[in-house]
Write a protein that binds this ligand. Sequence first.
Ligand code: PLP
Length: 381
Amino acid sequence: MANYRLRLPGPTEVPERVRQAIARPVVNHRGPEFRAELARAEALIQPVLGTVNRVLFFACSGTGMMEAALVNVVAPGERLLIVVHGQFGERFAAIARMLGAEIDLLEVPWGEAVDPAAVAERVRQADYRAVVVVHNESSTSVVSDLQGLGAVLRDNPALLVVDSVSGLGGVEMRQDDWGVDVVVSASQKALMCPPGLGLASLSAKAWAVVNREDRRPSFYWSFGKALASMEKSETAFTAPVSLVGGLCEALDMIHAEGLPNVLARHRRLSDALRAGGRALGLTEFGRAPVLSSTVVAFQVPDELDGAQIVRAMYQDHGTVIAGSRNRLSGRVIRIGTMGAFDTGTILTDLAHLEAVLTGMGRTITPGAGLVAANALLTASI
Ligand code: PLP
């Protein structure tokens, strides 16, 4: 599609190499070709997760993996502590309620990160099966301190269950070092694939909980079944074979660039986009110690409507960015800074944003966003 720039915080643009890999003929999902591919996908994603755990793959979106994470660890009536500092924390709470879990919420103002000391305080007061947190809150552009949370829970029976749907591959994840018990993620964000492939990785501490007899049984989402199949280099049910092929290609790209370089590129370019946005008169949303390097959120000036900015970006420039579908609706715009993107990508975003804001009557020095972003980029070379 000409002049179509997919700049959402997921799904993200899929590189040509990955699309070519996905277009290869579909093979037997229980044959030798796919077994080799699945084993390769696992080996290539383990360093991105920072783990030596087995990795489980499912045909589903990110929400499927959120549900899978909870249904595998919590039995009805058991208690979870759910950190809510944005839309996806709220979603975790909604899923947990449906599963019949008792839930306590640790609510943090949207735009801020949870303080591990607050979690430490709560786990002293009650016994939890798990503490559930979103790594990279895409709705607010805030990154959680997983290292700090892992340290709090290391000697506590509660598991640390983490959604890294919009983090993995763009924000550092060191599952084993940090003591994260369950990580779930999905293909369509920093992993540069189309939507439809979910994954999970579990610590030994998590497996001890998953393997209990008294949980509510789950069929499609059973991590136990998934692991038994992975032992044979298979998935329990028909795998999205084409997406696994695409993921291998995307991970080859990540490793060719070098994971530390990939993470640094996300940091540098998201910082530059924020600097450019500030020069256009926008204020970044979020006051956390670490703002996301995979999604940049700007507050919309009071006199403007975020939905109008999103619409004009698309209609005038073919640049597809996101607003908000929650309590921030109209007040925040969000741009993906993950996966296959480079300096040119964010400079183009800024040029389009400048034109749109100018068209809405904002007074902007021509090129101010580009100059500010460039200053930061040249300083950080
Ligand atoms: N978690 C986070 C942090 C997300 O950003 C998203 C999607 O934007 C999801 C979960 C849900 O994923 P999906 O829309 O693939 O179900």
